[in-house]
Design a protein around this ligand. Structure first.
Ligand SMILES: Nc1ncnc2c1ncn2[C@@H]1O[C@H](COP(=O)(O)OP(=O)(O)OP(=O)(O)O)[C@@H](O)[C@H]1O
Ligand SMILES: [Mg+2]
Length: 359
C-alpha cells in the first residue's frame, strides 16, 4: 500500500525566547537539585513531539511489511503535500501545533481531502485533548472520573473544599506542567498552581479531586467487537524517589526515568485482584466506545478509595518510542501481548484499514 506517516518532530536546537521563559518559569517550581543538575530538561516545549528516531522506526515498521512510506511533517505545508501525494492511507501521529485543538489539524486536513487515516477523527481527538470537555462526556455516561472545575483566576473561598486537590493544565500532554507541586493541600498552594499554569501555558487550570490509589495505563487496540485491551501496565509509584509525591509527574517522566538510568516504574501485567483487573478493562472499553475513539489509544486510570477505577485522561495518539529502554507504555503492553514494535504498528494500521472498509 502507498502509505504516508504524518508527524511532528522535536527540534531540540531551535531555542528561542519563549522557551527560555518556559524554563525560567519551571525552575521556580521544580526541586532545586533537579534544576541545578539538569537545566536542559526544564524546557518542555517539544515534550509531546516525536524524535526522528521514533519517526524512522515507524517508517521502517511499515516498510518491513511491504508498504511504501512517505514522511509528511504536520505543519502548514502538509495539506498541499498530502493533496499532491494522494497516499492510499495515512498513519497519523502528528501532535500539531498552536491551540487547544492542535491534534485535530492533520485529521481535519485528511477528512477534507478524503484520505483515510489511522486513529480517531478530528472531533474525538480534539475532545480528548481538552480534559474538561472529555470529563463532561465521561460523566454523562456515568464513567467514574474525579470531580473538577476549571479556572484561570484565584479561588477566593475554599470553604467546603476537600483537599488534596490536583491542578494541571487544561490541554497539555506528556506531563507538561504537571509537577510535584500539582498536588495541593491548601488554598495558598492551590492559587500558586493556578497562577503558574496561567503564566506558563496561557490556559486555565483543571482543578480535580486527587485520586489516591494505584495507577495504571491501558493500551487499547481495535474497534467494535474486535476491541482488545492489551495487558494492563501498572505504574509502580513506589519507585518515585523519597520526598516526592506518588504521581507520574514531569519530574518523574523526564528527570528520574531516563534511558541511562531507568526507574523500575512499570509492572506488566498489573498486579491486582482479578475483579479489579476486569473492572479496569470494562471502564476503559466503555470510555473508548462513548468517546468514539478509533483503532488505538492509551487510557490512564487510578483507583479511588473504594478501589473503583477512575479515568485520569485519554491519549488517542499514544507515545510509541521504539527503544524498550525508553519505557514507552503502548509498545511495552504490546510486547507482553506477543507483538514486537513492527507487529503492533502494523496491527494498528490493519485495524484502521478493516474499519475503513466497513465505513
Ligand atoms: N486527579 C488526579 N488524581 C491523582 N493523580 C493524578 C490526577 N490527575 C493526574 N494525576 C497524576 O498526574 C499524572 C499526569 O497526569 P495526566 O495523565 O493527566 O497528564 P498528561 O500530561 O496528559 O499525561 P501523558 O504523559 O500520559 O500524556 C498522572 O499519570 C497521575 O500520576
Ligand atoms: Mg497521562
Amino acid at each position: 500500500m502507498k502509505l504516508a506517516v504524518t508527524y511532528n518532530v522535536k527540534n531540540e536546537d531551535s531555542a528561542n525566547a519563549d522557551q527560555a521563559s518556559v524554563s525560567a518559569n519551571a525552575a521556580k517550581y521544580i526541586n532545586r537539585n533537579l534544576v541545578e543538575n539538569y537545566p536542559e530538561r526544564l524546557d518542555d516545549t517539544y515534550a509531546e513531539w516525536d524524535s526522528m528516531e521514533t519517526i524512522d522506526a515507524i517508517k521502517s515498521a511499515f516498510e518491513s511489511a511491504g508498504h511504501s512510506v512517505e514522511l509528511i511533517e504536520g505543519d502548514e505545508h502538509a495539506y498541499e503535500k498530502l493533496k499532491s501525494l494522494k497516499p492510499e492511507f495515512v498513519f497519523n501521529v502528528a501532535e500539531g501545533f498552536n491551540g487547544a485543538s492542535r491534534e485535530s489539524q492533520i485529521p481535519s486536513m485528511l477528512e477534507m481531502l478524503g484520505i483515510p487515516f489511522t486513529g480517531s477523527d478530528s472531533i474525538t481527538i480534539g475532545i480528548c485533548h481538552d480534559k474538561s470537555r472529555c470529563k463532561e462526556i465521561l460523566s454523562y455516561y456515568n464513567i467514574p472520573n474525579s470531580k473538577f472545575f476549571i479556572t484561570d483566576s484565584p479561588v477566593k473561598n475554599d470553604s467546603g473544599f476537600k483537599y488534596p486537590k490536583f491542578v494541571k493544565p487544561l490541554h497539555e500532554g506528556s506531563s507538561k506542567g504537571i509537577y510535584d507541586s500539582s498536588l495541593v493541600k491548601n488554598l495558598e498552594e492551590l492559587n500558586n498552581e493556578i497562577a503558574r499554569i496561567k503564566s506558563s501555558y496561557r490556559q486555565p487550570a483543571l482543578v480535580e479531586d486527587f485520586i489516591p490509589g494505584k495507577e495504571f495505563t491501558v493500551a487499547m487496540l481495535g474497534n467494535g467487537d474486535d476491541l482488545r485491551v492489551l495487558p494492563i501496565v501498572e505504574i509502580n509509584l513506589d519507585s518515585v524517589p523519597e520526598g516526592f509525591n506518588k504521581i507520574y509527574s514531569y519530574e518523574v517522566k523526564w528527570f528520574f526515568d531516563t534511558r541511562e538510568n531507568q526507574l523500575d516504574i512499570f509492572k506488566c501485567p498489573a498486579e491486582v485482584e482479578k475483579s479489579i483487573y476486569e473492572h479496569i478493562e470494562k471502564v476503559c472499553k466503555d470510555t473508548f466506545n462513548v468517546l468514539r475513539i478509533k483503532d488505538w489509544a492509551r487510557i490512564d486510570v487510578r483507583l479511588d478509595e473504594n478501589n473503583v477505577p477512575n479515568i485520569i485522561e485519554i491519549n488517542p495518539l499514544p507515545g510509541i518510542l521504539p527503544d524498550p529502554a525508553d519505557n514507552s507504555c503502548y509498545p511495552k503492553a504490546a510486547r507482553h501481548a506477543g507483538m514486537d514494535y513492527n507487529a503492533v504498528l502494523n496491527a494498528v494500521l490493519n485495524e484502521a484499514v478493516k474499519r475503513h472498509s466497513k465505513e
